[in-house]
Design a protein. Sequence first.
Length: 130
Amino acid sequence: MIDDQRILIAGGGPVGLLCAWLIGRHGLPVRLFDNNSTVQMDLRATTTHPATLDLLDDALVADMARVGLVAPIFQFLDRPSHELVAQFDHAVLKKRHAATVRRPMRTVQDRTARFGPAAALPECRGAVRS
């Protein structure tokens, strides 16, 4: 790959950050673009599902679980009545990680930066990498 070539990712939200980090871990140059100058502290992507957890390093997942809520059973509630409508046991999926982890978005960004090699962090334009 020519040094000037980069994989461009538009959007520094939860999905953009995770994609840039995963691609960077494979040694490919990444440039991430976002309108914001910092990572947003809103509640987007507070739940990481088993398929996504399977993409991450075990040490990172264990660290996320320490600061988050681990939920092996996912429940759907009726909003007005708060009655249980359905529930799903993630163990049925037979994945390496049979639960979701809920945590603030910022904790994932902080932890991927700490657990990933510096080369895996994307070059950012408009957004800050920590």
